[in-house]
Design a protein. Structure first.
Ligand SMILES: NC(=O)c1ccc[n+]([C@@H]2O[C@H](COP(=O)([O-])OP(=O)(O)OC[C@H]3O[C@@H](n4cnc5c(N)ncnc54)[C@H](O)[C@@H]3O)[C@@H](O)[C@H]2O)c1
Ligand SMILES: [Zn+2]
Ligand SMILES: [Zn+2]
Length: 382
């Protein structure tokens, strides 16, 4: 089969690989019909994720058709059109029993924190991902779900990560009626978090980024007030001014460790590798929220971080909530929102890239060129 293959930082190729085989009775093999590139893939692409091995195939957002099932699979049959959550999870361990699918204890021998993710390095289990023609889906009775007839492929593929993660970011904010919510990051995740904040009763929604074309999307897609942080000496002061000097009730970090906006942090992380990334968006979130407020973190961070304003969070009495998104837990509610038109995930799609040209897709998305917000990957297209 043809598959995206990692050859080192910034080096992506499409190569021949063996079609994956059933390795366990509860595996399925899925023929990918639509995939996507996530902001999280950029951390791999930039060489920042530990134990990203040469030859690994990325891709944790994909939908497809069941090609083959192992002998114990009961919920899927060959030919089913399925969506697959980015988490691989067993469905029965202590954590899965409590809905913590992203923290499953049975799927990743290398870590005690994160569970397993398709195509996301050996740190999250070493499973090959869906930026390929075929992918092996472990625990096939647990993760995948049939795509309802009324749901389009483009909506479905966005429901495998970006949309549930944005929605989850808003949920972790514990928004109550009338709350002022500030979202850092206007990528797909932040845009959906902003949109979801309204669905959860927010009275005011603000989005912060430095890419004008994405802030424009925050206005049109999420009806948010927008702030370009490069236009202010101090974006936190601007946030305070905008909120009667009290701060927002809820701040959502949808940026993660590759944040721009602070040269010192950039040099010590990206250049000198003295820390695992820049906590600038997290610190802005901690500073922008009012005393007693809530900070929700869905942006990705490596295991160890320095220079986080933890003391300020303590002394302000903040609630900090965070996790990788347990995607399948979000689906029932999100299916309703998509069906009744409250959320239109496919509006985020800007690029549809044939698998053969995926290297160009990574470049465009990483460098934020050509108005790119969400690139899809199409294995079927030549
Ligand atoms: N928790 C999860 O389950 C989960 C799932 C998906 C993605 N993620 C993470 O969420 C984050 C966002 O994902 P995405 O796909 O939207 O990525 P993206 O790269 O498309 O978007 C990130 C945005 O943040 C902006 N930004 C950079 N520095 C900023 C700053 N200091 N303040 C405000 N905005 C800033 C960038 O300009 C960009 O628009 C990534 O870290 C990704 O790894 C987490
Ligand atoms: Zn992702
Ligand atoms: Zn489990």
């Amino acid at each position: 089969m043809r598959a995206m293959v990692y050859r080192g930082p910034y080096k992506i190729r499409v190569e021949e690989k063996d079609v994956p085989a059933i390795e366990h009775p509860n595996d399925a093999i899925v023929r990918v019909t639509t995939g996507a590139i996530c902001g999280s893939d950029l951390h791999l692409y930039h060489g920042l994720m530990p134990d990203t091995r040469i030859g690994h195939t990325f891709g944790h957002e994909f939908i497809g058709v069941v090609e083959q099932v192992g002998p114990s699979v009961q919920n899927l049959t060959v030919g089913d059109r399925v969506m697959v959550p980015f988490n691989i999870f067993c469905g029965s361990c202590w954590f899965c029993a409590r809905g913590l699918y992203s923290n499953c204890h049975n799927v990743n021998p290398n870590a005690t924190a994160v569970g397993a993710i398709y195509g996301y390095s050996h740190t999250t289990g070493g499973y090959d991902g869906g930026q390929a023609e075929y992918v092996r889906v472990p625990f096939a009775d647990v993760g995948p779900t049939l795509i309802p007839d009324w749901m389009s492929d483009e909506d479905a593929v966005l429901l495998t990560d970006a949309v549930p993660t944005g929605y989850f970011g808003a949920q972790l904010g514990e928004i109550v009626e009338g709350d002022t919510v500030v979202v850092f990051g206007a990528g797909p995740v932040g845009l959906v978090a902003a949109k979801s904040a309204w669905l959860m009763g927010a009275g005011r929604v603000m989005v912060i980024d430095h890419l004008e074309y994405r802030l424009e999307k925050a206005r049109s897609f999420a009806h948010a007030e927008t702030f370009n942080f490069t236009e202010y000496d101090d974006i936190v002061v601007a946030m305070k001014r905008a909120t009667d000097h009290l701060g927002a009730d809820v701040a959502i970090d949808a940026v993660g460790a590759e944040a721009d906006g602070n040269l010192l942090q950039h040099v010590t992380s990206a250049t000198l590798k003295l820390q695992g990334g820049s906590p600038v968006a997290l610190n802005w979130a901690i500073d922008s929220v009012r005393k007693g407020g809530t900070v929700s973190v869905v942006g990705a961070y490596g295991p160890i971080f320095s220079a986080v304003k933890f003391g300020d969070a303590v002394n302000k009495g903040l609630t900090l909530r965070m996790n990788q998104c347990p995607v399948k837990r979000q689906w029932p509610r999100l299916f309703e929102h998509v069906r009744n038109g409250h959320l239109r995930p496919s509006e985020l799609v800007t690029h549809r890239i044939p698998l053969e040209h995926i290297a160009e897709g990574y470049h465009i998305f990483s460098a934020k060129l050509d108005g790119c917000i969400k690139p899809l990957v199409l294995p079927g297209a030549a």
